[in-house]
Structure formats: structure tokens, C-alpha cells
Design a protein around this ligand. Sequence first.
Ligand code: GLA
Length: 382
Amino acid sequence: MNQLLAKEVQQKYIETFKVEPLLIFSPGRINIIGEHTDYNGGFVFPAAVNKGIVAGLAKSTSGNCTAIALDLVSTVKFDLDNLKPSKEGSWENYVFGVIAEIQNRNKVVGNFNIVCKGDIPGGAGMSSSAALENSVVFGLNKLFDLGLTKKEMILISQKAEHNYVGVKCGIMDQYASMFGIENNALLLDCRTIESVPYKINFKEYQLLLINTNVKHSLSDSAYNDRRSVCENIAALLNVETLRDATENDLEKIIDKVTPENYQKALYVIQEIARTQKAAKAIQQNDLETLGALIYASHNGLQHQFKVSCNELDFLVNQAKKNKHVLGARMMGGGFGGCTINLIKRTAIESFANATSKAYENKFNKACSVYFIELSDGTRLID
Ligand code: GLA
């Protein structure tokens, strides 16, 4: 966690509100494999990272609430009795949504002020949104003694995103951010919301992120659209989610769906299987197999599920040309954000330099390289 960030939030809080806040760190996440499988009841393989959001919170005595996002230089005042979503795309909807969902559970939140700042850019596919939601719910739970379990907290965060932000997300991001374990990735079964930790030590290899620094504007509506395609096909198959379907089942209804949607459902069924295979490969330290599964995941996201974009595909192709990269794929919802690369440590510098140059030549803008450490989940900062 970035200590400077915590100091900055603390100082700003004291300067503005004249009291010492509770400080919370809530991490972003990576995902090794298992994309768009969470809302299909399948498996995902995320890990919390050492980058995320720091939030400072304390009770307010002024009769209303104030939220400040330092990185956006934005201050919003609000009233707990009159919460409604701000215009689409507003950061405060994550805060309002969490409060509203807590209120829906008949828990009482009093007036409070919050200051937050993060060190992951929005749109990187690293879940800055789940980090923010979790920091708010975790902070409010402490501040007002709400007695919420971590599981309840992540469900509140997820509902906030559904109802106030308008993205019908799965549970992966909120889960990984809340339940992360240092040096571990979590094989999460999204049907039971239970996970098994896997120690991640790839010896001479490591995970490296490269951010395209783009987020294409249709990503939210495309996300919701993918989700409803999956739900409709599950309904046709008479199963609760695509987790419960096989490739054979799908083939039986081939005449009832468009070829495009058939491929989307097929991708989900195959990606759930790939994620389980990846867990085995990690257990056996078989990085070649893991890498091949990661490339196959990208292939499916690009050609079957169709949530990639030129910038992501370009970065993955660069990786494929380098024998020291065992696997690479887009990460998160898609249409921009980062690729995740499984790469030999000694080759990182030359790969990063060559890729950055090629990316700049091709798109006339820079990509960014991120080194990450796998970290613990949402927590109080001492
Ligand atoms: C976003 C959502 C997650 C998940 C991923 C795709 O990050 O918030 O729930 O669906 O996309 O795997």
C-alpha cells in the first residue's frame, strides 16, 4: 500500500474537517483467468494488489455529508435522507449507491464525511470502482458499528454498482478486493462465493500489467448486453446459469440462437473449464500450460465473446512474438484497460521497452507498464 497516499488523505481530511479520520485501504485486483464467468456462476482467479483506494472517514456534525475525491478534485455535498443517483458516470454514485444499499438493509448510517484518493487509474480494468465501494462500506461499517460481515459488505458493494452505477457486474471484483490474501490468488467459485487461496510464486516468471490507457465508451452497455445474452441462453437451456451447461447441451439448441450468441455462450463454458485447468497448472507449477490457457482466454474474449479492442489485441500480439512471454490476455470487462502477461523476469525490461515503442508508433499514444504485488484485502490502516 502506498503510504504517501494515506498521509495525503489524512492531511487533507484533518485540514478540511478538523478531526482525525479512520483510514481504510481497499485494493484493486488483477485476474489471472476467468473473465465474464462470474455472473455465469463460474470460476474466476483474481488477486488483490498493492494499489487501490485510500479513504478517510469520520462522523460529521454539520448536519450533512461531504465526499471529496482528491484525484478528481471534486467535492460533493449530500443529504442522507434524499439520496438519488447523480448523472451517469459520476464518481459519487459509488458512494451514494453503497449508502443506499446499507439503508435498504434497515441499517442506520449517520452523517459522515469522506475523503478518498487512489493510485489505480479508472478504466484500467483493475476495479478501482470495487475498491471505492468496498472502502466506503467497510469504513461505514466501522464508523457506525453496523455489524456487517465481509460477505454482506461485498454484496452491498455489488448492488450499489447495479442500482446506482448501472453496471450489472458479477461478484469477482468486490470479492477479490475485500478478501485478498498477500502473495495469493483466489480461485473463486462464484456460485457459492467461496474461494481457495493459491500461493503465487512463479520463480523466474512473474505477472506484469500493461495498460492500453484507453476505455472505449460503449463498455458499460456492452457489458450489460453480454450478461443478458448469457442469461437468455441459460434460460433456453433450462439451467440457472451457464455454469450448469456443457458444450453438448449448447449444441442441442444451436438452431435457437444466433451464431454470434452461440459463440458467446460457448466461450463462457470453455472459459470456466480453462480457469479450473489453470488452477491445476499453478498447483503443478506448469507455467507453459498456464500461459497457453491465458492466450486461449484472450482468443475467446477477442473472437467469441467480442469484448476486446484493437489496442488490447495489439499488446497481446506483441507478447506472442516474444518467447519469454508464456501468456497474455486482456483483463477485466474489456474494451480497454490492461493486459496481464506471464513473463520471464529477466525479459521484462526489453519487452516493456519494445512494446511501448511499438504501441506508440501504432496508436500515437503511450501505454503504461505496472508492476504489482499481490496483497491483503480491504483493511484499516493503523
Ligand atoms: C468487470 C465486472 C466483473 C467481471 C469482469 C469480467 O470487472 O465488474 O464482475 O464480470 O468485468 O470478468
